[in-house]
Design a protein around this ligand. Structure first.
Ligand code: GLN
Length: 554
């Protein structure tokens, strides 16, 4: 039986000053954009002066998405503290400009792992360990963990998957209990549904929304606000019908039409008064000013570019652009900063050959070689690096992209013919990219790469130093292999500079070419720190270099 008592962890949160909780569930279908709706509401509340964070609970059994194929789940987003997380956390950071951490992303796998570990330690001695209350208690402990830190006024919790999925059940049950734990004035449920337009009938249909809400009600959860995704505007009669069947006020039926860009959604939600509905329902003042001017200025620049450039994104997961989500968004930020539309051309590294390379890359103003793992697509990436180097096209290599630039330089400039990365070739006599020393004994795959933020010191006078405007930086990592320092002198004497290194370990973090307009590689992932209000300087400079290349061509 669920226990209707204040949860221990919530009691701690209460002492720190009562954060308010918003839960966002989804129905009818996946991919309705719960992450963007959560981030947009968070943005509006942040703009009103609240300290807001967003956390995501994913119903799958992996401990984290680090072991998932990008085709399956899109990009794996890495936080400063080294957590491998869902790509929605990227949206949260890009919208809020506030870092997230491991506590912001919890999976069913992690919940079960914690409970089973406790069971083995004897924490539940004498008891039968069950989904209710042990799993649901563990879920609630995690629901309330960030609130207990005292750092936030409002915690938004996105529950992954769809209501009615077998896997979501314990989360919905924990949410039902949580409302009792914190009291009705401190917790609000937003349900995101679909209101499809049937072309043949010429009508918007509310039935899927009604069914989805019914499913939530069966689990004991009454949503307070419904956000309805739709291709068309929701007329008053449709809103009334939804309100009537789903037990919500008509002004709590919020329309979320398809947007031109995800960055429009906070403005759309403001027009629909989503933030006000939340404040009114939880008896908070709606008088605070919504300071969203900087966001609007960004949107203005993003939508009214004065220039445009073509940039090739060379990678092997190009069929699913979500695999490069943060890179794509970094170009949106950097493009807006330069009032420039960046046309990203996705080029499958598998498809590049010496014959077609000019056709594929010849008219690009910049070439980015993407991160990745494994042998497939390597040769195409190496060719793309060579093409950019020889033809003096601005180049940006990220993680594996930097490693490919190093291999290419070793093979074609240093004439180390079989130079390779140990990840791809275990027989080479020149591993210019080698397994990191502390990785050599590691056999377990999950969570064991070099993960999270590390310091890097940049050499003065380099392009990368110029971009950051300072020498000490910190960036996020996700890799096992590294530049082999045995080769530093050889590379530097031939014109590839190791422009940034880790001050403790001496690991090479960035490279660049001397005689090239802009050829930069980073072992870290700068794309993970680019936000709307803080576009990443390397992307900004890369776009500027591409603009210069274009001007030179003209
Ligand atoms: N596969 C490479 C490594 O593990 C690069 C990883 C990446 O691009 N994120 O070092």
């Amino acid at each position: 039986m669920p226990r209707f008592v204040s949860h221990k962890c919530y009691s701690a949160a209460k002492l720190m000053g009562l954060p308010k909780y918003i839960f966002v569930t989804g129905g009818v279908t996946s991919s309705l954009g719960k992450g963007i709706i959560s981030a947009s509401l968070a943005k509006l509340l942040q703009a009103r002066g609240f300290r807001v964070t967003i956390q995501k609970f994913d119903p799958y059994l992996n401990i984290d998405p680090g072991t998932l194929n990008p085709y399956e789940h899109g990009e794996c987003y890495v936080t400063d503290d080294g957590a491998e997380t869902d790509l929605d956390l990227g949206h949260y950071e890009r919208f809020l400009n506030v870092p997230t951490s491991q506590a912001n992303n919890v999976t069913t796998g992690r919940i079960y792992y914690n409970v089973i570990t406790k069971e083995r330690q004897g924490d539940y001695l004498g008891k039968t360990v069950q989904v209710v209350p042990h799993i649901t208690d563990e879920i609630k402990k995690n629901f309330f963990a960030l609130g207990a830190s005292g750092s936030y006024d409002i915690i938004i919790t996105e529950i992954g998957g769809c209501v009615g999925d077998i896997e979501s059940l314990p989360f919905i049950e924990a949410l039902r209990q949580a409302r009792w734990d914190v009291g009705p004035n401190n917790l609000l449920v937003i349900h995101l549904t679909l209101v499809p337009y049937l072309q043949a009938a010429g009508e918007l249909k509310t039935k899927p929304t009604q069914h989805s809400v019914k499913q939530l009600l069966e689990a004991g959860v009454q949503p307070d606000i419904l956000v309805c995704r739709s291709e068309k505007p929701l007329p008053a009669d449709i809103r009334k019908k939804i309100a009537l069947f789903c037990n919500v006020n008509v002004n709590s039926v919020i329309e979320a039409q398809d947007a031109e860009t995800i960055y429009d959604v906070p403005i759309m939600m403001r027009k629909e008064k989503l933030d006000e509905r939340f404040l009114t329902k939880l008896k908070l003042s709606t008088k605070s000013e919504v300071k969203i001017d900087q966001w609007k200025e960004f949107l203005g620049r993003h939508k009214n570019p004065t220039e445009e450039v073509k940039i090739a994104l060379v990678g092997k997961y190009v069929e699913l652009p979500d695999a490069y989500k943060s890179i794509v968004e970094s170009f949106v930020h950097a493009g807006a900063e330069n009032e420039c539309k960046v046309h990203l051309n996705y080029i499958s590294s598998d498809s590049i050959t010496t014959k077609n390379i000019t056709e594929l890359l010849g008219d690009q103003d910049g070439i980015l070689v993407a991160p990745g793992f494994g042998e497939r697509g390597m040769q195409g990436k190496i060719q793309a690096c060579k093409y950019a180097r020889v033809n003096k096209i601005p180049f940006f290599g990220i993680c594996l992209g930097m490693q490919c630039a190093v291999i290419e330089f070793a093979r074609n400039v240093l004439k180390l013919k079989n130079a390779a990365s140990k990840e791809m070739d275990t027989k080479s006599s020149h591993w210019v990219i080698d397994l990191m020393e502390n990785q050599k004994k590691i056999t377990v795959k999950g969570g064991t790469m070099r993960l999270g933020a590390y310091d890097c010191v940049l050499k003065k006078g380099t392009k990368i130093y110029q971009a950051y405007g300072k020498s000490k930086i910190s960036e996020r990592h996700r890799h096992r292999y590294e530049f082999n320092n045995k080769y530093i002198a050889k590379f530097e004497s031939a014109g590839m500079i190791m422009s940034g290194t880790n001050p403790e370990t001496g690991l090479v973090e960035t490279i660049e070419l001397k005689d090239h307009p802009w050829f930069v590689g980073t072992q870290y992932h700068p794309e993970l720190k680019s936000t709307v209000l803080n576009p990443h300087k390397l992307f900004v400079k890369f776009v500027q270099a591409a603009l210069a290349k274009k001007a030179e061509k003209i």
